[in-house]
Design a protein around this ligand. Structure first.
Ligand code: NAG
Ligand code: NAG
Ligand code: NAG
Ligand code: NAG
Ligand code: NAG
Ligand code: NAG
Ligand code: NAG
Ligand code: NAG
Ligand code: NAG
Ligand code: NAG
Ligand code: NAG
Ligand code: NAG
Length: 722
């Protein structure tokens, strides 16, 4: 099975002409993706509902679609218990099943309505997306809320039993021992799972080996709450059969927490009599905390640690603010900070929900206004949480309360296996081609984030130990997320990555109107531009990323990207007042593009070839997108019109538009079509393929690389279908 990607995706708003139109802010109700995002807020807090069992009662599964991260919820109505969530296994015999009536998702939330006896339950999973509030965005916390309304007009006694397992932090690997603990006071119940022997900055099966898992609720809005940590059958049984929980930890919990069936950390909340509608939702927070979050090693082997951005607001002052400091005094300082963040997160639910709704409406309106395509809104809405959850927003570790807020670095984990063969797949740190595919999303949401992602790449490569050895840009900062370490060897995609870096650096400067990066790293960017001057027009034995793996020569699309990279350097030079450089790069890019046109257009003048002179092969020349994004106007209009006409002729074919089937390439290509019907036809195909992923043996989060016929999330390489 090929690794999957909730990470990679893009918004084309910057390119699609805005077209005011009457719009409705919602996702189309007849589109059901193969996996719905549930708790998707960080690389290590990333659970999806695979629709292979199309019901909330299925287990949540980690983003890699391999590992269940079990949690369980039952609602007890007038002493009868109904299983709502995660009841796939370990369902006590006396429990009835609630039935799922509907589900829907928005960019920030996924919700379900379930019928549990006389009660209609709305279960909502909300992972806030706050691109301009880095403190909130960096918090590895996500909401799970339940509201109730009676369908028979009567009032009913309602209790909620809910638990999670240490699979959320340790993948169920039997060699990883986890323990459980609780903090319970007047304000907060927090159930915690920890690795007994955490290993900093180390992963096992994509799980961090240094997370603290939390499952927490605020004490307000309940008439009482109990908890218990232990054997799942004991705890669940007591929780739903009216006996109640014992507020104890089974001393043997650590020994069996990870065995199947795993131990559970459970809570039982009494909501009292619920009239027709609950006034306030019952809210649980899922969390997976790590601090420090990233280890950076430079080329002189010096290690520096980085902490999550929200720690900037966790100074000793705010610790003193906490009402029940005396109670918390026995808690270790790092846990105390997690608890304070968790409590304030829970208390802020109403505001967070209102902000999320506003965000959702704006995003859906913008996507529909830009594309006039409901399907485009469906797809973009599906990937926002994935893109925002693949990053760690960090600050340098300083003394408590003395973080340098000006030094933000963002680190992305490749959760899409875009670079097979380069030091593995899923652990790549700031993988440049994944950044490139995701960059339109960041440019739309907050361009600063793209700058924070580029900065550590630029900073590391500026070191003469790298730039004095390799004249082109690196593919990533190593393959051992969350350890960032530039390697000086192993980078083979010189044209591709140098161009990506130049294009993204300029896009960042143009969109954010902040020229700091392009000024600070001017010399390095210029070195890469010179590499492109030497190599881009007739790329010799160079590959594009991903499926290619194969090195070959004279790829039309790769040459185009290199030439756009040179033109981007022209603009960078002009923005930084390096006028002589600016004319040089502008001149070269114009000369190259006219040569490129001669070499790459088919002999019958109907389309661009896949590589120079190879008349039988066509492809998606998706790098045209960068010409539009950067407003370079390098490529003549007639090329866009020609490609549009060519792809129009293919639209009725299934599968269409082939080099390798990747959703980002197809979207980039769609974005530059000069006929909106062709553009939206291509969007429609991705929409359809995404739906077809149901047919695949591996239901999974929407992946980058897929077989468009079966929806299978694996490569479908076919370079020569014209
Ligand atoms: C999907 O891909 C997997 C792994 O590549 C393969 O084993 C499986 O047969 C494929 N399924 C379909 C329906 O093509
Ligand atoms: C639920 O059980 C409690 C305790 O056993 C009992 O007092 C109550 O009457 C029961 N409620 C209903 C609606 O059966
Ligand atoms: C659940 O409640 C939320 C908040 O009121 C609402 O936006 C959503 O549409 C509801 N979900 C379903 C499936 O009805
Ligand atoms: C810390 O919180 C305060 C108040 O909420 C806010 O004004 C400030 O911007 C926050 N600082 C950071 C670094 O997020
Ligand atoms: C759980 O393990 C961590 C790490 O070894 C330790 O600090 C903590 O005290 C343990 N908690 C309990 C309740 O055993
Ligand atoms: C859990 O409890 C049940 C019933 O008490 C017992 O049969 C089972 O062995 C226990 N499981 C573990 C892993 O301790
Ligand atoms: C409730 O469940 C527990 C654990 O399975 C069991 O020991 C107890 O006998 C049950 N009580 C009732 C009243 O069914
Ligand atoms: C509460 O949420 C709002 C909306 O996202 C945010 O602006 C605010 O900073 C949050 N406040 C706290 C204390 O977390
Ligand atoms: C989105 O569009 C709808 C319908 O035109 C409008 O009612 C709503 O106010 C818009 N929302 C935003 C956030 O622009
Ligand atoms: C192309 O590059 C690959 C990998 O760097 C190398 O193994 C191969 O020999 C090269 N082929 C040619 C024709 O230069
Ligand atoms: C690439 O194209 C150029 C220009 O047509 C040609 O001179 C060169 O031989 C080609 N390279 C390869 C390896 O085919
Ligand atoms: C599976 O694929 C076929 C065509 O390839 C399509 O007709 C069918 O609707 C798909 N099934 C689902 C559940 O999407």
């Amino acid at each position: 099975m090929h690794p999957l990607s909730p990470t990679i995706w893009l918004l084309l708003l910057l390119v699609l002409a805005a077209c005011p139109h009457s719009t409705v802010s919602q996702i189309s109700s007849n589109f059901t993706p193969p996996a719905l995002p549930l708790v998707v807020k960080g690389p290590y807090l990333n659970a999806w509902l695979l629709r292979s069992v199309p019901d909330l009662k299925n287990w949540p599964t980690f983003w890699n679609a391999k590992t269940a991260v079990a949690s369980f919820t039952a609602v007890i109505v007038d002493n009868t218990s109904y299983g709502l969530q995660g009841t796939f296994f370990g369902t006590p015999a006396s429990m009835k099943a609630a039935s799922e009536l509907s589900s829907k998702y928005t960019p920030t939330s996924t919700s379900f309505t379930m019928q549990a006896g006389p009660m209609l339950v709305n279960a909502t999973f909300l992972s806030p997306v706050t691109p301009h509030d880095l403190s909130q965005q960096s918090l590895p916390l996500s909401y799970y809320s339940l509201t109730f309304s009676a369908t028979d007009g009567a009032s009913h006694a309602v209790q909620i039993y809910s638990d999670f397992t240490s699979e959320w932090i340790a993948s169920g690997d039997l060699n990883v021992v986890t323990n459980g603990s609780t903090i319970a006071d007047q304000q907060l119940l927090c159930l915690e799972a920890q690795l007994v022997q955490p290993i900093p900055f180390s992963e096992l099966d994509d799980f961090a080996q240094d997370s603290t898992g939390v499952y927490a609720t605020s004490m307000s809005n309940t008439k009482g709450i109990q908890w218990q940590i232990g054997n799942f059958s004991d705890v669940r049984g007591l929780g739903i059969n009216g006996t109640g929980l014992s507020n104890t930890i089974d001393p043997t919990f650590a020994a069996h927490a990870q065995f199947f069936p795993p131990g559970v950390l459970g809570m039982l909340a009494d909501l009292g009599e619920v009239e027709t509608t609950t006034s306030t939702p019952f809210v649980i927070a899922f969390g997976a905390f790590r601090n420090p979050s990233v280890q950076v090693t430079d080329l002189a082997d010096e290690e520096k640690l980085r902490i999550p951005f929200y720690m900037a607001n966790s100074s000793t002052n705010s610790i003193h603010d906490i009402a029940s400091l005396r109670f918390y005094a026995r808690v270790a300082l790092h846990l105390l900070i997690f608890l304070i963040q968790t409590l304030s997160f829970l208390q802020n639910y109403t505001k967070a929900q209102a902000a999320a709704e506003e965000f959702d409406n704006k995003l859906i309106n913008d996507t529909i206004a830009a594309s006039e395509s409901q399907q485009y809104a469906d797809l973009v809405s599906l990937v926002v949480r994935g893109a925002m959850s693949s990053i760690e927003i960090t600050l340098p570790q300083g003394n408590q309360g003395q973080q340098d807020l000006s030094d933000v670095d963002v680190f992305m984990k490749d959760m899409g296996g875009m670079q097979p063969g380069v030091g593995g797949s899923n652990g790549n740190v700031n993988p440049v081609d994944v950044l490139y595919a995701t960059s339109p999303m960041y440019l739309y949401l907050n361009a600063d984030i793209l700058g924070y992602l580029l900065k550590p790449l630029l900073q590391a490569q500026q070191d003469s130990a790298y730039s004095g050895t390799l004249g082109f840009a690196a593919q990533n900062l190593g393959s051992q997320f969350p350890k960032a370490q530039l390697q000086v060897d192993n980078h083979k995609l010189g044209i591709e990555q140098s161009s990506n870096m130049l294009i993204m650096s300029l896009a960042h400067a143009q969109t954010s109107r902040d020229g700091t990066l392009i000024s600070t790293y001017y010399t390095l960017l210029k070195q890469w531009a010179e590499y492109l001057v030497d190599n881009a027009l007739t790329p010799n034995n160079q590959s594009s990323p991903l499926a290619d793996g194969v090195m070959y020569s004279n790829q039309t699309n790769l040459a185009l990207k290199g030439i756009i990279g040179i033109a981007a350097m022209g603009r960078i030079s002009s923005l930084t007042n390096n006028d002589a450089d600016s004319s040089r790069y502008e001149g070269i890019s114009k000369d190259y593009i006219s040569q490129w046109q001669t070499l790459s257009v088919s002999s019958d003048n109907t389309h661009l070839l896949l590589s120079y002179g190879q008349q039988s092969c066509a492809g998606q020349v998706y790098n045209l997108y960068a010409d539009k994004l950067l407003q370079l106007n390098l490529v003549p209009d007639q090329i866009y019109d020609m490609q549009t006409a060519f792809h129009k002729g293919q639209l009725s074919e299934l599968p269409v538009l082939i080099t390798v089937y990747t959703s980002d390439w197809t979207m980039f290509t769609a974005a530059v079509m000069t006929d909106n019907l062709v553009r939206n036809g291509m969007i429609s195909q991705i929409h359809q393929y995404t739906g077809n992923m149901f047919n695949s043996s591996t239901n999974a989060p929407f992946s980058t690389v897929y077989d468009p016929t079966t929806g299978n999330n694996s490569f479908g390489i076919n370079r020569c279908v014209a």
